[in-house]
Write a protein that binds this ligand. Sequence first.
Ligand code: GDP
Length: 857
Amino acid sequence: MSDKDGKSTLGLGGSGRSGQVKQSFSHGRTKSVVVETKRKRVVVPKAGATQMTDAQKEKNPLTARMAGDPSKRPAGISDAEMERRLKALAAAKIREADEAVTRVAEEKAREEERERRRAEIEAKEREEREREEALRLKAEEDERRAREAEERARLKDEPKPAERPARAADARPAGSRPAAPDRASIEAAAARAEKPGVAAGPRRTDRDRRDSGGDSDAKAKAKAEDSRRTGRLSLNQALDGEGGRQRSLAAMKRKQDRARQKAMGNVRTEKQVRDVQLPETIVVSELANRMAERAADVVKSLMKMGMMVSMNQAIDADTAELVIEEFGHKAVRVSDADVEQVIDTVQDKAEDLQPRPPIITIMGHVDHGKTSLLDAIRHANVVAGEAGGITQHIGAYQVTAANGAVLTFLDTPGHAAFTSMRARGAQVTDIVVLVVAADDAVMPQTVEAINHAKAANVPMIVAINKIDKPSADPQKVRTALLQHEVVVEQMSGDVQDVEVSAKTGQGLDGLLEAIALQAEILELNANPARAAQGAVIEAQLDVGRGPVATVLVQNGTLRRGDIFVVGEQWGKVRALINDKGERVDEAGPSVPVEVLGLNGTPEAGDVLNVVETEAQAREIADYRSQAAKDKRAAAGAATTLEQLMAKAKADESVAELPVVVKADVQGSAEAIVQALEKIGNDEVRVRVLHYGVGAITESDIGLAEASQAPVIGFNVRANAPARNSANQKGVEIRYYSIIYDLVDDIKAAASGLLSAEVRENFIGYAQIREVFKVTGVGKVAGCLVTEGVARRSAGVRLLRDNVVVHEGTLKTLKRFKDEVKEVQSGQECGMAFENYDDIRQGDVIEIFEREEVERKL
Ligand code: GDP
């Protein structure tokens, strides 16, 4: 502080003075610092005698005159009187002088007190300001880089703090009065910054309060203006923009905190650095969780990187790694395999293993009796075992053979389902029952089934069906099988063969026995004590129950409440329902159960694994869905309609029949898709644009329309909006309940694609009433148009007793004597055929027009 004006010798000494000041920081931290202030020397009138006399003289000239000069004494006053008076005067003078001295001393003390306070405040302010400026410079530097454009613009508007102290240093007058405005502004700043230490609150006198308090804003503003004139800088001014933009207290606090944290650099060091396990993708909230940071902060940090994600969205590992670094932690990448490592893959010990029922799939050519056989086995068992028991179609069922062996049958016959399951890595089947109709022998699909079973290395049992039929020739079947390297026991081979009739039930017990025997040979074991692993054999979205999957437990035991991951889905077992529709608490090896409590619909063939925590389940499911997505992208699978179109155009050499397939269960959908994809040759093929489970929806119609594809519904119907939409857009919807009908139709349509179809429209019928012979024309039929219209240009057929006797064109069409183009129904006319004369009374003329139409399915 400048003391060029401090001429006084009466100051309380210019020595330094020190004291403790409490600094407050955010979050209630405080710190005591030693503040050393230089007290200012103050101008105070001298309390010396001369000055006082002078003052006295001015104040009381009469007394002065009397005291100093007796000659000026008024007349008529005695010496004694004079002396008395003088004494009194002197006493009064002394008293006055004393009073003056006291007054001056008091004034001086007050002044000094004010000065001292101001000095202290200014010292603190200066210190604060210096620190603040240092911090601000740093903060501004940081913010300039980090903040968004708007923020930066605002910062730019603020005054450069460095300019002010320069002015403050030289232009400050020495007068003590400006102290009041300064104090006011300091207090204002202090109030804003919530820094009681700066305000020196407790030391405020009444007068100070009068000076600064109360009439507030206008006054404060005037004072601020004043202090600006004086060049002094208050904290408030330094931080306030010239434009007068007021920051909120919270913003101010945040800014100070941030600046302080950055300047001190002590926040990060206190923080615990964590190793963050980072999979291929991670949900933002989970990432925050693993870093022990707030999710909102993570989202904010991502926004700074230009990624607008919510905390429930997943981000890729690279982005997550940046975030982790930003927060000062360490990312530990975990590979795909690591994510799935939580799945229990420990090999079962031999002593833990117990026999489990075999799982059987029935295969064979169409119409050889697969479904009938499955029904017969189930029915026979229900009747024998659980009287009144209602079987429930859940995709598989269990029966007990006569010898007590439990067998599990998959309810989806055919090799399509079998293959698609295998393709998904779920080798569920232990034994294949190959059904061959005794009256039909080995057919193409029989051969396919044999090949599939062999490829999967699954033992076969041959069921020679329809043995009840008179035309049955089981021996022919056995011989035919030889050609395909299936040597049955009767032919001294090792493949069991059983003659059965699904219709009469003949031989069913023998078949079950054969299966049980085969199972024994296979020594099928599992460990019921471990965490369950199973395969989805069917899955669907049930309106009332949500996603439902039929799971065939392969190992371990699945219990209610178990947390599991299944394919790209996960869940917690809410309920288990067995093949008899009963709720059960657990399902052991080879037991099929409906599982409720999934978060999404898995696909047939997906493998179910029980894991320990939901987080694990979710992480695995997320990872798998991402991996699947990547795989699809990598394979260049057409995912958008544009891509579909582009692809279709790219290979024009092959005609394609696009179809959209919706089915009631995943198994059917996949079977249909596989069957459809087999249709076709080098010229034409069926292309399944999309297939799924559930009702036909508007989005299916949209896809079909865009690709000019029909929609096939297998045991499902279009909902009302989809129906309307299909009508409007001219999209064909076909419903089927038998896969082979469907396949045959599509086959026909696919072959129809090779050439346009010529369609006939019958436009009218006429009956011949009479036949005339007209010279020059030949025979003319006098007819009555009974239906529709007779048209001259149309084609005609002559029908005699519903048999076509001639087909040709008309030579003439007459109404009375006039040649006409058309004759309406109910009118009579004369017609003659071109190049044909054999017409008789009573014949019917069919009138048709030909139209070349592109074949639709
Ligand atoms: P899938 O196509 O292999 O499932 O064969 P299905 O079970 O639908 O049977 C086709 C036809 O054969 C049906 O009309 C059945 O009634 C009939 N069928 C199935 N098994 C037998 C049988 O053992 N004896 C006789 N006579 N007919 C049978």
